[in-house]
Design a protein around this ligand. Structure first.
Ligand code: GLU
Length: 303
């Protein structure tokens, strides 16, 4: 029987920082501790920086992670996404949208629509209106959703419901939207366990709903707490020496970073021991606040 798979899916926009590495360690622990394969997917549809993928893969290996099979890149999977779009379109579940961001912001919201939802401006245009608007600007493609909310279950957050609107499937510059790509990729790769930062939890109901429309299995989800800087914002590279390269330059080797990240999760400091001890239900539920100034003090004690 196919054992299922977990995955880590970084966007190659630059170097990973310790917050990204902590999420990667967690995704690996969730997958390996449940006998799943662990896959790596490079989400390079957007924000890809030359050379970033290579450095990210090197850093993931340096903290001790291994993965199964080759790395999958989203830019090589256009046919999969177009087939998914064709399926939805064939079922009458898409429509073209010509709105600018400004038009969306300024449109009165539809009655009963949740705050922040697309107001439905282009949903019911006539063919003649479409032809006229199409000549003005390239169209994005939206999902014709028949719900405004959807629920899913998360291993750490329990039952969670969130907004589903007529979200974008393909932007008007032709780039496939993350919410579509992620659902099609996870299904095509046999991913049945999605572990990622909890900043992505609010958009997950859209993905679970879309999976249902596409007739693919909804994976298990675990949205893990982020690493925050001392003022409570999501850790970022501008916060200081937070990448493996920065830390190595400050005298903190990758194995020490692994040990400290595992310790921050209440786990033993080596991966084999952490894997042995790993219990999802025992994970901290709160973000980990990290002072990058303090990172340099992680220097390995001389032995
Ligand atoms: N590529 C996304 C990111 O780096 C992660 C998406 C996912 O794990 O589903 O934020």
């Amino acid at each position: 029987m196919n054992p299922g798979a977990g995955r880590f899916a970084p966007s190659p926009s630059g170097e990973l920082h310790v917050g990204n590495l902590r999420t990667a360690l967690l995704a690996w622990l969730f997958a390996r501790s449940s006998g799943r394969r662990f896959l790596l997917r490079v989400e390079d549809l957007d924000r890809a920086r030359a050379g970033a993928e290579e450095v990210q893969l090197r850093d993931l290996a340096a903290v001790g992670l291994d993965w199964d099979g080759g790395v999958v890149r989203q830019t090589e999977r256009g046919a999969l996404y177009e087939a998914g779009i064709a399926r939805l379109t064939g079922a009458g579940l898409t429509y073209e949208c010509y709105c600018t961001r400004r038009e969306i912001q300024e449109a009165p919201s539809a009655p009963h629509a949740p705050l922040g939802a697309y107001p439905g401006t282009c949903r019911d245009l006539t063919e003649a209106e479409r032809a006229r608007r199409r000549a003005e600007r390239p169209a994005a493609l939206r999902l014709r959703a028949s719900v405004t909310e959807w629920g899913m279950t998360d291993a750490l957050h329990g039952r969670y419901a969130g907004i589903v609107d007529d979200f974008v499937l393909r932007r008007n510059d032709g780039v496939v939207a993350y919410n579509l790509a992620v659902v099609l990729d996870d299904a095509a790769q046999g991913v049945d366990q999605v572990v990622r930062g909890d900043d992505l939890l609010p958009t997950t109901p859209r993905q679970a709903y879309l999976a249902g429309l596409l007739g693919v299995r909804v994976p298990e989800y675990a949205h893990v707490p982020l690493v925050l800087n001392p003022v409570g914002r999501r850790l970022a590279k501008r916060d200081g020496a937070v990448t493996l390269a920065d830390l190595a330059a400050a005298g903190v080797p990758p194995r020490q970073v692994t040990g400290l990240l595992l310790a921050s999760l209440g786990l033993p400091r080596t991966l084999p021991e952490a894997l042995e001890a790993f219990r999802p239900e025992d994970l901290p539920r709160d973000p980990w606040v990290l002072d990058p100034e303090a990172l340099a003090t992680w220097r390995e004690a001389p032995s």
